[in-house]
Design a protein around this ligand. Structure first.
Ligand SMILES: Nc1nc2c(ncn2[C@@H]2O[C@H](COP(=O)(O)OP(=O)(O)OP(=O)(O)O)[C@@H](O)[C@H]2O)c(=O)[nH]1
Ligand SMILES: [Mg+2]
Length: 326
């Protein structure tokens, strides 16, 4: 894969630290393509961990981008800088997200304290799940105080975001599914803050009440989130949401849970990268580097996938183990 780099990668890290927007954009593209690992991440990592990162997830059209815009404006009014990532796991084109970006780019274009970028699934191995935490850290290293990560809640993707952020905001709207669906999707446990957006619509009050009731019932299972109603297009409820997020931040810091969560998230990331790198080393970049004979054995039911995988891992580790590397 050829990259059109405007700057040498070796210079990028330094420019990211200076919050050069073009350098940040270029670095994120590298990350998106699964590149730039050692040149970027190694020098930048010691500069990360300062930003508070917030995931905004919810169904398509729930008003996530509108809410993000509003939150950005409020954070700016408080003198905090904000990085925004719109992560679209469902399409390689980021249609909706890009459109949202253009709207936002216009209003915040002249503001050095705001950086907005969308990330798409470019289809490379590992994909967005691995790229997102790295992209977040680029913004962290660039010194943004708050980082907002918008992602559409599709299947497992919201769970991925939880693994990369300090606070998860789940956006629901009346008339799009009910609380039972929310529970089934596992959102009760992952939400640190619930938002019922489009509160100007019928059913918002009832949805909020229902969410609160279930949260109370499930508080023993780690469900502790607040429920805030917003009308994002008018800005109603946004100051309350911001307050809720900031209060959560304070509680997480004071209780030590922020560090615990970051340790868990980083550990999970290491495990994911081990899997990823092992796969690349043993099976080739695309993961399809099995020899023809082995493929025939699979199809002929002479080898089973799990047994074969274990053999490959064992064979790959053997020379390293004999070198004394565990
Ligand atoms: N009535 C009403 N409409 C809203 C509200 N918030 C957002 N909208 C509208 O809902 C539509 C979708 O808003 P977006 O912010 O793009 O929603 P999104 O969740 O980011 O959508 P995707 O990124 O495509 O998943 C837009 O037309 C908004 O103007 C609200 O509080 N009330
Ligand atoms: Mg959006």
């Amino acid at each position: 894969m050829t990259m059109q780099t405007e700057r040498p990668t070796s210079r990028l890290a330094g420019e990211v630290l200076e919050r050069n927007h073009r350098a940040i954009a270029q670095a994120i593209t590298l990350v998106e393509n699964g590149q730039g690992a050692s040149e970027l991440h190694t020098p930048l990592f010691p500069h990360t961990g300062k930003a508070f990162t917030i995931g905004i997830t919810g169904p398509p059209g729930a008003g996530k981008s509108t809410l993000v815009d509003q939150l950005v404006a409020h954070y700016r009014a408080e003198g905090l800088s904000v990085g925004v990532l719109a992560v679209d796991p469902s399409s390689p084109f980021t249609r909706g997200a890009l459109l949202g970006d253009r709207v936002r780019m216009r209003s915040f274009a002249a503001d050095q304290g705001v950086f907005v970028r969308s990330m798409a699934n470019r289809g490379h191995v590992g994909g967005l799940a691995l790229a997102t935490p790295s992209a977040i850290r680029l913004l962290d290293a660039a010194g943004f105080d708050r980082i907002l990560v918008e992602t559409v809640g599709v299947g497992q993707s919201e769970v991925d975001v939880v693994g990369a952020v300090d606070c998860t905001v789940v956006v629901e709207v009346p008339g799009m599914g009910d609380v039972v669906q929310t529970m089934k999707a596992g959102l009760m446990e992952i939400a640190d803050q619930f938002v019922v957006n489009k509160a100007d619509r019928e059913g918002a009050e009832r949805l909020a009440r229902e969410l609160r009731r279930v949260l109370r019932e499930q508080s023993g299972k780690g469900a502790n989130a607040d429920v805030i109603q917003t009308s994002a297009h008018r800005g109603d409820g946004v100051p309350e949401l911001l307050q809720g997020i900031e209060a959560f931040r304070e509680r997480q810091i004071e209780s030590g849970r922020l560090d615990e969560r970051r340790q868990e998230n980083l550990t999970r990331e290491v495990a994911a990268f081990v899997g990823e790198h092992a796969r690349r080393r043993l099976l080739g970049v695309s993961g399809t580097g099995l020899p023809p004979q082995t493929l025939e054995d699979l199809l002929g039911r002479r080898r089973d996938p799990q047994g074969l995988a274990l053999d490959i891992v064992e064979a790959g580790l053997r020379p390293r183990l004999s070198e004394g590397v565990e």
